[in-house]
Design a protein around this ligand. Structure first.
Ligand code: ATP
Ligand code: MG
Length: 447
């Protein structure tokens, strides 16, 4: 296994001081799969204080000292070094009540979740793989180390980790592990929102997310109860050839693999069941479902305790995911003024993902949506006025015409609107002249 020189030297130092030391977990798995590891975790027989002694000349932080982890900054590379440990009882299904340090690598590997994550490697000792992780990686299998039911009971998040790895790596879940996953569906409530959110975000961005959403629908409706109403829901629409939940799963996978797009597609139709109406021709309609879905998405994202900025993005994409699309200059300028280029592009990408998850003929609409994205890019590259900030006058300039008041606010908004529509140029004299006219018109309307 190829390792950065710093990692090789860190392992050597620990060995030379009489300890065993290995890289372990995700980096070994990634390497065996031909992928470049993003970080290297080290596990060692040295106790935390002993590790600190070995690296007395380096900056060492006691990042997780209770669990045996110190972080060493070695020749510019920051690495977590954790003492071999076994975990004690999990009386709350969340945290081990205690951890005991061990001098034996196999003890440490046996506390890990899946065989593919239970492999250690060192240049001196080669691979240590007591649970057949290498074979499982070759066959693309996720298998619990030990009894899956017991391992999931210790930490219910492992259920979601199994699904995350399956979606991201495209691996299947071994039969007994899979049975235990299904049996543990209603125990995820014990897990903190933050941990669920972290795994769910990665799962949704996985290349195989559709299969996982479909195969484990009851787990997802456990985490996000309104999804339950989508399962088996017949849409009664000429555009749709699958149930609402299947459509959602397809739309998630069809979207670009960014967190905001994937969450937005997961939530985009949540409001449909409560917005259903039936037309005279028997066709079902869902007027206003974007707005209802957006409200639901907002609540769910708050409960998941994700950051505000992600929540706001997701809510906006969901709210506008089915606006009519046009390619006219006027339409695009209005959309850019309302959403900005990035958000408008995201909303258009939601349209594309949505249309990709219906009958094939719905794809005929996609080229027009792409055209709107290109037009938006071109128009926003022009340095023209699309926001209050870029309007060349402000309230201060209007003081001589109208004192600061709600009326002044209305005038400014109208000026922006007309500038966006290119009815008036974004020039001081033209704007002032128009402001005086608007003052007359708007105050007459108010009376
Ligand atoms: P990635 O970093 O790509 O998400 P990873 O496997 O490194 O994958 P981490 O969450 O960084 O995942 O965890 C590092 C290692 O710690 C895992 O490979 C696994 O051996 C172990 N591990 C992590 N979380 C758990 C858990 N909940 N239960 C048991 N072992 C775990
Ligand atoms: Mg990792």
């Amino acid at each position: 296994m190829e390792l950065p020189f710093q990692i090789i030297e860190v392992l050597e130092r620990l060995e030379n001081a009489g300890f065993a030391a290995f890289v372990v977990g995700g980096c070994v798995r990634d390497f065996l799969m031909g992928m470049t590891p993003h970080d290297f975790d080290i596990t060692t027989s040295a106790l935390p204080k002993e590790t600190e002694g070995v690296f007395a000349d380096c900056r060492v932080t006691e990042t997780g000292i209770k669990h045996g982890t110190v972080t060493v900054l070695y020749k510019g590379m920051s690495t977590e070094i954790t003492t071999f440990r076994t975990d004690g009882n999990y009386s709350d299904g969340r945290h081990p009540d205690s951890v005991s340090f061990s001098r034996n690598i196999e003890d440490d590997l046996s506390r890990r979740d899946f065989t593919m994550n239970g492999i250690a490697y060192s240049p001196k000792r080669g691979f240590v793989d007591p649970f057949g992780g290498q074979a499982d990686i070759k066959s693309g299998i996720i298998r619990s180390i030990g009894d899956p039911d017991k391992r999931f009971s210790e930490d219910e998040l492992r259920v979601l980790r199994a699904l995350r790895f399956s979606a991201v790596l495209g691996f299947s879940i071994e039969e007994k592990t899979c049975q235990a996953v299904h049996q543990h569906k209603n125990k995820l409530r014990k897990v903190s929102s933050e941990r669920i959110f972290a795994e769910l975000s990665r799962l949704l961005c996985g290349k195989d997310v559709k299969r996982v959403l479909l195969d484990f629908s009851e787990i997802f409706s456990e985490i996000i109860p309104p999804l339950g109403a989508e399962i088996g829901y017949e849409q009664g629409s000429k555009y749709h050839n699958s149930t609402l939940y299947e459509h959602t799963a397809r739309a998630v996978e069809a979207a670009p693999d960014t967190v905001e797009m994937r969450f937005a597609m997961l939530f985009h139709d949540l409001g449909k069941p409560s917005c259903r109406s039936v037309g005279e021709d028997g066709e079902c309609h869902y007027y206003g479902h974007g707005e209802v879905s957006a409200k639901m998405a907002d609540e769910i994202m708050r409960a998941l305790k994700c950051g505000n900025s992600l929540r706001e993005q997701v809510v906006e994409i969901v709210k506008y995911h089915d606006i009519p699309v046009e390619t006219s200059r006027k339409y695009i300028r209005r959309q850019l003024a309302k959403h900005g280029l990035e958000m408008f592009t995201a909303i258009m990408n939601a349209h594309i993902a949505d249309d990709s998850a219906k009958y094939d003929f719905c794809r005929e609409r996609i080229p027009k949506v792409r055209e709107a994205i290109v037009a938006a890019e071109q128009i926003s590259a022009e340095s023209s006025c699309l926001s209050m900030k870029s309007l060349v006058i402000s309230g201060n300039d209007l003081r001589e015409i109208v004192p600061p008041s709600p009326l002044m606010g209305k005038i400014l908004e109208k000026l922006l609107e007309e500038t966006v529509d290119e009815k008036i140029p974004n020039e001081k004299s033209a704007l002032l002249k128009r402001a005086a006219e608007l003052k007359e018109i708007l105050s007459r309307q108010d009376n």
